[in-house]
Design a protein around this ligand. Sequence first.
Ligand SMILES: [Zn+2]
Length: 409
Amino acid sequence: MVKIDSARLMGDLKRLADFGRYKTGVHRPTYSADDMASRHWLAGRLAEAGLVPEIDGIGNVLGRVPGSGPRVLAGSHTETQNHAGWLDGSLGVIYALEAARAIREAGAPGGGAVEVGSWADEEGHFGHFIGSRSFCGEFSEEEIDRSSDRTLGTPMRDALKTAGLAGKPRARLEPGRYSAYLEAHIEQGDWLEANHLQIGIVTSIVAICQYRVTFEGTQNHAGTTRMAIRRDAGVALTRFCCAIERRFPEVAGPRSVWTTGRITLDPGAPSVIPGGAEMLFQFRDDNPEVLARLERTLFEMAAEADKAGPCRVKAEALRKSTPAVMDPKVQSAFDAAAERHAPGKHTRMPSGAGHDAQYFAKYMPAGMLFVPSIGGISHHWSEDTKEEDIILGAQVFATAAADLLRRSE
Ligand SMILES: [Zn+2]
């Protein structure tokens, strides 16, 4: 039986939160000095655990175990959103480290071992899921040339150079090496807490579909233009937003979510009727049929609004991902481990947030484990999880990893 060391686990999580500490959270954007210091610290901890550490040319930190025998890959990310929480990403990386240590100490049959990965820039300071995509061979040199920091504008090439990563080779996934990819994460929502549960087993990671809706009216004087003859693009946009709130609940799935994240009015002045308006709109779900229905509804609504006038309305798709289904065998390994350590306190659920596991799921059986977020808060420095939930989650994670190694022997 694999037993995690809870003091060692909590010690490492708290030590990692020292890098870039901000209030009770962390400010550790990708390739910043604090981020790089934390990556070197992690490499040191991997070495102390008997793994062979490497920081590759994109900043991925890997801990490998040479020799033959079954291998499971586990990890997440260690950089943070700006002024964000201490557990987002870090929890999954330290769980992976602790599982690797605990399984090594217990001795897995057939020389089985957990290898660890901390994937660079999951949080998208320079792009999206750069580290995991690089490892899976889905991130080109040209994309590095094109990318820059969304907050500071620093070109990615310059940031890599400053971080000491320029010219280093990028590590690549060895096909067939791993029987599974496992990732733990805080839930970042309140489903587990609201239902008095301690473990979530992810069934799938939702797809994100993003659209731009533009409204074209006539810019004119806000004092002299009669209401009856106005073509106000701002009014057309707000009407459209309200219509979404009426229509979407009729066609959405039980866990669909939708958001108007940005609205811009042109020219955006108090005494000018907006001649143009634009909104960025996004929805998420894990069911392809629901996603298709939501998209159809959005385009129909835009066509109707355009026909009704007085403004021209156009909707266009900007980016669409596909839902990533988590492997049934990995789900049942998590299920069995959860039932053993937290009987009746676990559930299966979709992930409303994107995670590195969605890329790994294309190349090997992948699965995810959630622990509760207090108040459902994340991407904010006040993000937290009860210590007992952190420890329980790590034990369930390690037990499932050991079980998968045993089964793949
Ligand atoms: Zn995360």
